[in-house]
Design a binder for this molecule. Structure first.
Ligand SMILES: Cc1ncc(COP(=O)(O)O)c(C=O)c1O
Length: 388
């Protein structure tokens, strides 16, 4: 049988068996618990709680529909949805590590990911950030006690790519587990699990939800891994996604392929404009032929998305702030991946030395390109850059 395409997975109706009376979208099951006709059935359900509806901290029919959809999109066997991307990452790390273990983490990951690894020091888990995205530098960061390689590709702010095939080879060779934060590419444009990565983690607060009305996270991988995660980190840490948020996520997923195509096209147009602008030193967008990982992007991703950065010739906080403050069609705010265009810089005026030491230009500005009229966004960027 031919497997379902991504578009079919996103748009399929959920009521195949008629259990929802033909409702075109699944109902929100807002009940916190389920009741049982007999003690025996209750005991059986508790024994296999990952397969039965018992209590919303573990399983919920609405959440489960979203989990199945995400697992299918990522080509994984199983998925659990969490209350945030950070909760998902925390569970994936705690489920993979114990005291004494060491993590190799790719440089320029999401800032909170780095802070989480630092926090885990207090439980006897250590980590090393790689000095670049290259395979030799990843290998050089490993120690005899390394258990896990934690990836984000593309990386945050700098948008460099990690060679996933190379990391999988290295990990199999050395017995490391691999986890990737696949939020940027979405499962539509990058499928790390068939490439051999063990777990994919997402913040569904970004493109997967897509409407800035939801915070959630996902861990996707093999049934065996996810079953163990369910009974330990999921049930015990208790950061389950609520059914209302799962409903919002399902709504977002229906239009994911359409939205991603628009984000891809719009962002590429804006990036090409910025690359030609005299005030811009460099554009960090893996869909541009000038990007150092352009060929790798073509090989391991089937598309690019709306989040990228550019660097000003004049790399000072004052100029960065002037450009951002002049923008009228880009809102200043955290997060990304929704219909509205956003702008941010990691330069906060007091951390320029720190940024330079991490290989990040103090003139870097990050854009999340939304679904607006691209011409208007480009005109806005032009006036902000020219006037500043
Ligand atoms: C790449 C990446 N991963 C994970 C997260 C964390 O997700 P959440 O905010 O849903 O906890 C973010 C949030 O901005 C992110 O940018």
């Amino acid at each position: 049988m031919q497997s379902e395409s991504d578009i079919e997975i996103c748009t399929r109706l959920e009521d195949a068996s008629g259990a929802f009376y033909g409702a075109v979208i699944p109902p929100l099951y807002g009940n916190s618990l389920f009741v049982f006709p007999t003690v025996e059935e209750y005991i059986q359900a508790r024994k296999e709680e990952h397969r039965h509806y018992v209590y919303w901290r573990g399983t919920n029919p609405t959440v489960e529909i979203a989990e199945r959809k995400l697992a299918a999109l990522e080509r994984g066997e199983s998925c659990k949805l969490f209350a945030s991307g950070m909760a998902a990452l925390t569970a994936a790390l705690l489920g993979s590590l114990r005291a004494g273990d060491h993590v190799v983490c790719i440089c320029h990951v999401y800032e909170e990911t780095k802070k989480l690894l630092h926090y885990l020091n207090k439980f006897g888990i250590s980590y090393t950030m790689t000095s670049s995205v290259s395979l030799p530098d990843i290998e050089a960061a490993a120690r005899p006690e390394t258990k896990l390689v934690l990836l984000e590709s593309p990386t945050s702010f700098t948008f460099r790519l990690v060679d996933l095939e190379g990391v999988v080879r290295l990990a199999k060779d050395r017995g490391f587990k691999t986890i990737i934060d696949n939020t940027w590419a979405t499962p539509l444009y990058q499928k790390p699990l068939p490439a051999g990565i063990d777990l994919a983690v997402h913040s569904v607060s970004k493109y997967l939800g897509g409407h800035s009305d939801l915070v959630g996270g996902a861990v996707i991988g093999s049934s065996r891994e996810l079953e163990s995660l369910f009974y330990q980190e999921y049930l015990l840490l208790g950061a389950a996604l609520a059914p209302y948020e799962a409903g919002q996520l399902l709504k977002g997923l229906r239009t994911l392929p359409l939205r991603m195509e628009a984000h891809r096209r719009n962002a590429l147009e804006v990036a090409e404009f910025l690359e030609r602008h005299p005030a811009v030193a460099r554009v960090n967008h893996p869909g541009l032929p000038s990007h150092p990982d352009y060929k790798l992007a073509l090989k391991q991703m089937s598309g690019t998305t709306g989040l990228f950065s550019f660097e000003l010739n004049e790399a000072s906080f004052e100029t960065v702030a002037r450009v951002i403050n002049r923008l009228q069609r880009f809102q200043i705010g955290v997060s990304w991946g929704s219909f509205e265009s956003l702008v941010l810089s990691p330069n906060e005026g007091t951390n320029e030395e720190q940024l330079l030491s991490e290989g990040i230009s103090p003139g870097l500005i990050r854009l999340s390109i939304g679904l607006e009229d691209t011409e208007a966004l480009i005109r806005d960027l032009d006036q902000a850059l020219s006037g500043a």
